[in-house]
Design a protein around this ligand. Structure first.
Ligand SMILES: *[C@@H]1O[C@H](CO)[C@@H](O)[C@H](O)[C@H]1NC(C)=O
Ligand SMILES: *[C@@H]1O[C@H](CO)[C@@H](O)[C@H](O)[C@H]1NC(C)=O
Ligand SMILES: *[C@@H]1O[C@H](CO)[C@@H](O)[C@H](O)[C@H]1NC(C)=O
Length: 376
């Protein structure tokens, strides 16, 4: 009996291991979070193969693979993003006044749900907008992800609107909450405080619809929003929440494999504007289902998926589903800039509210915005 209990524990641990690491980052425009790309080991330009999994101590695994120039489906991945996908806020549940840095979330069942002294109920209940455990009745005991950020998009607290290096202050902590210290940033540093402007050569016109993209390193479901803050203002939630960017719904969302010249597939995104923060602003669901067998019912892939692909493999052969990446894939959106924007320097913020964990990812990219084009 004792032995079978050990076996169960070992089995449970092996199930949990693939769940521990998170991460995602904006790809274009290149975010400030990519600052470490000039240092070893990322300066080599290529992610090692096989791709190291996020690991402790924070040495081997701090990579954010993204499609290289080759366009090959499983070719070398670029290390251009350095540690961009390690800037986040850990332990942030809806209704909480602050993140606690450590309560990753409901990985083992309802009893581990993060509930603060001031609980907030989920505002997002529609199963078509959920990404994990989608068939659980909203708010029921079986709905173990009910307090995670995506279940009330934009309401969870964060440590910083541009993320924290490693997602939490230095100290023992798991769940991918690591950062490899460099001369630019150390574990626990706030993005808005330590990350300077990074020229992205991106100039946009007010009123235009522009293309932006992000990539998943490890998939925690949920959804995201892009927003703007003038570069000269404090880069905090209050500033970014003044200018959430609407998605251009006349264009579909796009999967792009293998970089700018790579293979493309268009699909209908799942948008939500009710129960969101800022009130009425639109968020879009992360279109990659984990479909991993650990996190309950998922949803149908948005592309013509490879039958029986290896959903839980780190270098998966799946095209648009799974727990890791797919590393060669960018998720492309079209967002519309307000035509009333004053010309100047802005920071494009991206906030990914996860559902499978109490984690919020952030990227901050520098852009120049010029006056709206004269109307025809
Ligand atoms: C959350 O929902 C439950 C059940 O419907 C309700 O009893 C409770 O008052 C709600 N809590 C908040 C903070 O709205
Ligand atoms: C990284 O920096 C943090 C904050 O200064 C420090 O506490 C931690 O010990 C450092 N980690 C390593 C591996 O040097
Ligand atoms: C911006 O342009 C400069 C000059 O062409 C180039 O060196 C730099 O790599 C570019 N930066 C990015 C992020 O593309």
């Amino acid at each position: 009996m004792g032995q079978s209990w050990v076996a169960v524990r070992v089995f449970a641990r092996s199930l949990l291991i693939p769940l521990v690491a998170g991460h995602g980052s904006v790809v274009r425009p290149l975010p400030r979070q990519a600052v470490d790309a000039d240092q070893a080991p990322w300066a080599s330009g290529a992610v090692p193969e096989p791709v190291p999994r996020v690991s402790l101590p924070n040495e081997a695994g701090t990579w954010c693979p993204v499609a290289g120039a080759s366009g090959a489906r499983l070719g070398k991945y670029s290390a251009n993003l350095a540690q961009s996908c390690f800037w986040f806020s850990n332990g942030c549940a809806i209704g909480c006044h602050a993140c606690d840095g450590s309560t990753r979330g409901p990985e083992v069942g309802p009893e581990k749900r993060k509930v603060c002294a001031t609980p907030m109920n989920a505002t997002l209940c529609d199963e078509r907008l959920r990404t994990v455990n989608t068939d659980a009745e909203c708010g029921s005991a079986a709905d173990r992800y009910a307090f995670t950020p995506w279940r009330a998009p934009g309401f969870a607290p964060v440590f910083d609107a541009c993320g924290m290096a490693g997602g939490r202050a230095a100290g023992p902590g798991g769940h991918g909450a690591v950062y490899r210290n460099t001369s630019h940033a150390k574990q626990g540093d706030l993005g808005s405080a330590v990350l300077g402007a990074l020229n992205t050569n991106t100039t946009w016109s007010a009123g235009d619809t522009v293309e932006v993209s992000w990539a998943i390193t490890a998939n925690h479901g949920g959804g995201y929003q892009y927003r703007l803050c003038p570069a000269g203002e404090p880069l905090n939630e209050a500033c970014f929440q003044k200018t959430p960017l609407p998605f251009d719904r006349s264009r579909k969302q796009l999967f792009r494999w293998g970089g700018l010249d790579g293979t493309k597939a268009w699909f209908d995104g799942d948008y939500v504007s009710e129960g969101t923060n800022p009130p009425g602003s639109t968020w879009v669901k992360n279109p990659i289902p984990r479909n991993d067998g650990f996190t309950g019912a998922g949803f149908a892939p948005k592309c013509d998926e490879v039958p029986d692909c290896r959903t839980t493999a780190v270098e998966s052969d799946c095209l648009c589903s799974g727990m890791w990446g797919p590393y060669n894939l960018e998720i492309v959106d079209y967002v519309t800039l307000p035509s009333s924007l004053a010309p100047g320097k802005y920071v494009l913020g991206w906030r990914w509210d996860c559902e499978e964990s109490n984690q919020v990812w952030a990227s901050c990219s520098d852009v120049q915005i010029t006056a709206a084009r004269a109307s025809k």
